[in-house]
Write a protein that binds this ligand. Structure first.
Ligand code: ZN
Ligand code: ZN
Ligand code: ZN
Length: 430
């Protein structure tokens, strides 16, 4: 897509419109700015994939190569079928912009953003909130989808996030910022040390206020060991002033040690991030289980459990069990394994199928925790079934995928006191 960038703000607005589209076939497309003037400054110029600068009809300068643009289009065309629809997910968009360009997210200092930095390639994806980009990148780093390299450290106003701060020393005695930096004088013969104003005796002459001698030669009679701050208001002299920062944006004054000191990073996709860019952030397991085992909603599951509890209480002849199983970190597996994850999940669903009976009822509490209602089953027999399930799953992982999966499981008897949701929540928080 070519955008006439004679007026950079119009071109940038068009780019924002494209990048905020929800389909990867739109928002990922390479964009070239064409300008007939010499390149101007401003980070917006760096938000396009390439810039062509023309002088008359002649190409004056070209930034980025056509190969690069072709590569981006190929990346989009290779997206898996199920990932081609609209995603509009900010985090996925960021990962995909970086992956399709084989690029890192590089911060750029700018005076036009009040928090001082932009990520030119990613900025157009975000709407007005300025901190959105940094927060999203930080979140993706926490999820191991991006890895960070320190670019700079910067102070921010704790009231408004502005990076534009006026650092200044203030008097430690009265807080005034009306300070003079003055030299310190040390008289050798009597040892008296004070700021130079105390030695001044008209003209250039220096007289020691302690011993009344003239100070004539620096290095012989006296020296100037350092400078100090002298307050014009209260005359207090101190070696180190109290450093405060006044914010250009909100006018608040904050002591420097209380400012928000942040790491400004550049970010690179990890292999997990690369997979997520390609396959998206959804989990397939619940989808697969839903097809294979007729997963019930939690609400329906609770109704069944209540009916079962009432039946047992009424006839007192049989017992039923509630089995809970949790695959720790299952939600991240598809990110780590990419296309192989689907195979894992299908086999996992197969194991569920062989261990459960027709009459068992199953629900997903979240992407990695499941509850099974086993009618006419004692707590002990349910525990047995669970340990069979655990063994098979462990075997599947170590034998086929060369990794382990942490499994937690628990069986309890269905009674009229049983509250399914509470039981699941307790188990999750153990
Ligand atoms: Zn003072
Ligand atoms: Zn003296
Ligand atoms: Zn501020």
């Amino acid at each position: 897509m070519l955008l006439d960038a004679a007026d950079i703000s119009t071109a940038y607005a068009a780019l924002v419109k494209l990048r905020q589209h929800s389909s990867p076939h739109c928002y990922l497309r390479p964009v070239v700015f064409v300008a007939d003037t010499e390149r101007q400054s401003g980070w917006q110029w760096h938000s396009a994939d390439a810039v062509l600068v023309l002088q008359g009809d002649q190409l004056f300068e070209q930034v980025a190569v056509p190969d690069q643009l072709e590569m981006i289009n190929r990346w989009i065309d290779n997206l898996p079928q199920q990932e081609r629809g609209a995603d509009g997910h900010l985090q996925v968009k960021v990962l995909r912009l970086l992956a399709s360009r084989q690029s890192t997210a590089e911060p750029q200092a700018t005076p036009t953003n009040y928090n001082g930095y932009v990520y030119p390639l990613l900025q157009p994806v975000f709407s007005i909130q300025d901190m959105g980009v940094m927060q999203t990148l930080g979140f993706l780093e926490q999820q191991n989808l991006l890895s960070a390299t320190l670019f700079d450290r910067a102070h921010f106003c704790i009231h408004c996030d502005s990076a534009f701060l006026n650092f200044k020393e203030t008097c430690v005695a009265c807080g005034s910022h009306d300070l003079d930096v003055v030299e310190l004088v040390h008289h050798f013969s009597c040892g008296f040390t004070a700021d130079i104003t105390r030695f001044k005796a008209g003209g250039d002459a220096l007289i020691c206020p302690k011993c009344d001698k003239h100070l004539r030669h620096i290095g012989v009679d006296y020296d100037k060991p350092s400078t100090v701050n002298k307050c014009r208001l209260c005359q207090h002299v101190s070696q180190e002033g109290n450093v405060v920062a006044k914010c250009f944006n909100c006018n608040c004054t904050t002591e420097a040690k209380f400012l928000d000191l942040r790491r400004i990073n550049s970010y690179k996709l990890t292999s997990v991030g690369l997979n997520a860019a390609f396959y998206g952030l959804k989990t397939y397991f619940t989808d697969i289980l839903e097809n294979e085992l007729q997963l019930l909603s939690l609400r329906e599951f609770e109704l069944f459990a209540n009916v079962e509890a009432a039946r047992i209480a009424r006839y007192g002849k049989s017992q039923s069990a509630l089995a809970i199983v949790r695959f720790v970190g299952l939600d991240k597996i598809h990110l780590e394994l990419g296309s192989k994850a689907k195979q894992i999940f299908t086999e996992l669903a197969g194991i569920f199928k062989t261990i459960l009976r027709e009459t068992d009822i199953i629900t997903a509490y979240n992407e990695s925790m499941f509850a099974i209602l086993m009618p006419e089953t004692s707590q002990d027999n349910a525990a047995l079934a669970l340990s069979r399930l655990q063994k098979s799953v462990e075997q599947l992982f170590t034998e086929n995928f060369d990794r382990s999966l942490d499994i937690q499981q628990h069986a309890l008897a269905v009674t009229s006191e049983l509250q399914v949701r509470d039981a699941l929540e307790r188990f999750l928080n153990q």
